[in-house]
Design a protein around this ligand. Sequence first.
Ligand SMILES: [Zn+2]
Length: 325
Amino acid sequence: MEEIMEHIYRIPVPLPGNPLKELNAYLIKGKDRALLIDTGFRQEPCRQALFAGLKELGLAPGEVDILVTHRHSDHAGLAPEAAGEKGTIYVSSVDMPFLDDMTAREESRKGTEQVFISEGFPKEAVDSMWSNNPAWSQAPIESDRYVGLEDGEIVEAGGYRLQALLMPGHTPGQMCFWMEEQQAMFLGDHVLFDITPNITTWEGMSDALGTYMEKLREIRAYDVERPLPGHRKPGDMRARIDQLLAHHAARLEEAYQAVAGHPGAPAYEIAGHMTWKIRASSWADFPLTQKWFAVGECMSHLEHLIAEGRVRREIVDGQRAYFAL
Ligand SMILES: [Zn+2]
């Protein structure tokens, strides 16, 4: 644990077996109130690291409020346990239903699975993932401590003012938190520095990748001297945003070429014709969870190509099929 700014601590939370390696939980320690930003998965190694960190700062579960940057389980997983019966869990009102409403969460999962199956993802593989994927099995338990945040709203803690900035893309309700006076920003997974944030497709959100890139350009206007990412180390904010934009432009081109070379293929096949930074000898050998992320990422790129009018999608016998224009 390290004090990165006055009364602001970074608590590293390990994510064993996950390519992200580590989550950065941040703790702002005020005189009358402590605010914890993100938590780790609801699993033992995360729980131990997070609560040991809190203890070192003289805090027990139930003595903190929590700010969840977005709905993903590696950020929200332990929020209800950390909040206990008295803490408040702040999260954007867009992502909140997928944390505090178990029915909405379950329906969203089923809807997403259907989409993946219609993209050629094998049904048996999807079924086996339900039990293996930490995103689902290590999601937060039920809690009534959630409070929804709107774009622009201010949360105060330890003498700091954190302004919520809605930055949809990585999830529909991803938020960054801007401390103008300190030129510091909690980024969640909107901008990461040595790993590329995963952008998939979302029900009820058309062209997530297009929105994401638009929001990258929007956040580029802020003078962020101290970026505080949700995973790993920080770096130069504007340089990184430019890199991410260039990365997606190149990936869009690659996805387009894969569609052009394989007319009528679904995303599952197209993803297999794209390059991935994963140690596996072939697409068939990809670990299942990584395949899931790859197909999701491929889909968001295809959706953006459709929005640009470069690709069209047809439904053939209930399966999705893509064609270059
Ligand atoms: Zn995330």
